[in-house]
Ligand binder design. Sequence first.
Ligand SMILES: *Cc1c(COP(=O)(O)O)cnc(C)c1O
Length: 354
Amino acid sequence: MKKHNFSAGPCILPKEVMQKAAEAVVELNGSGLSLIEISHRSKDFVDIMEKARSLALELLNLDGKGYKALFLQGGASMEFLMVAYNLLNKKAGYINTGTWSSKAVKEAKMFGEIVEVASSKDKNFNYIPKGYTVPEGLDYLHTTSNNTIFGTQIKEFPVTDAPLVCDMSSDIFSRQLDFSKFDLIYAGAQKNMGPAGTTLVVIKEDILGKVERQIPSMLDYSVHLSKGSMFNTPPVFPVYTSMLTMEWLKDLGGIPAIEEINEKKANLIYSEIELNPLFDGFAAKEDRSHMNATFSLTRDDLAETFNAMWKEAGINGLNGHRSVGGYRASMYNAMSLESVGTLVDVMSELERKA
Ligand SMILES: *Cc1c(COP(=O)(O)O)cnc(C)c1O
């Protein structure tokens, strides 16, 4: 039976990407050797790393604009501290829109003064703060483009003279933005790119070299850049799989093409949530995420029936995060409109039955 995987992360990837990744584990490009047994210094792997780095910049439309891409380890959580280690001299600003940005603030506080420029904590992060002013004199301003747990997404990014940093872990490559507004973008692979184990970091090179502290080599962006993202053994399988996903996306027509599909998926589920009296959306309407839709039942007595129905339909991973409750439908790039349709059919079937 076909599974419809709405899991928040690790999550759905394109079927053909998983097929090709599995083949490369057995044998890479007819070489008689596995991807995971060859030297990371071999031409085969160096080509893969270079392809992955250049595809990331190409898809984000950042070619020739002073940016470089890295594939690092430690997850997005490692970037919470690396960003501060490499960029924070005295004072940085953070927009606090959820669990992940709160964690980023906690790490950064070890390196300097943190100004919480705006926060939506007062309403359990169900909206994106607006209308605030960003103070002057920040070393950088940190934002989180999509709040995976709460189902909100920044549509308009703050304007600032300071370098703009963004955690795009859960909506990277999903929508068109002017990516050149950002000076540093990072994203754990396991939401829209590949398996857990690598993090894409895209850096505008001229923001580096401005802090006075010494930085340990493994945490120093400049060291990784000077070694072509190969300072030490890179996570070869996650990098290869991410490269395959980026090729898949490029063949599909890149971000403009996937954005159109993502909008259709989001419209489909949100109109059901709005029209069906048995469901309530969690996030403020204008801030709703196109990647993670959070909602709950208006009648607790129907939970058992609904849970049985969606499981019966082959749906996986629909339970909400414990800090929000209810349900969360994660609709990353690889999810088809048809799978979202399956969920919406179950929701309207519940209304007919109730
Ligand atoms: C999942 C997620 C993270 C954490 O990623 P790890 O790779 O597990 O450290 C951070 N930020 C956002 C927005 C996420 O969705």
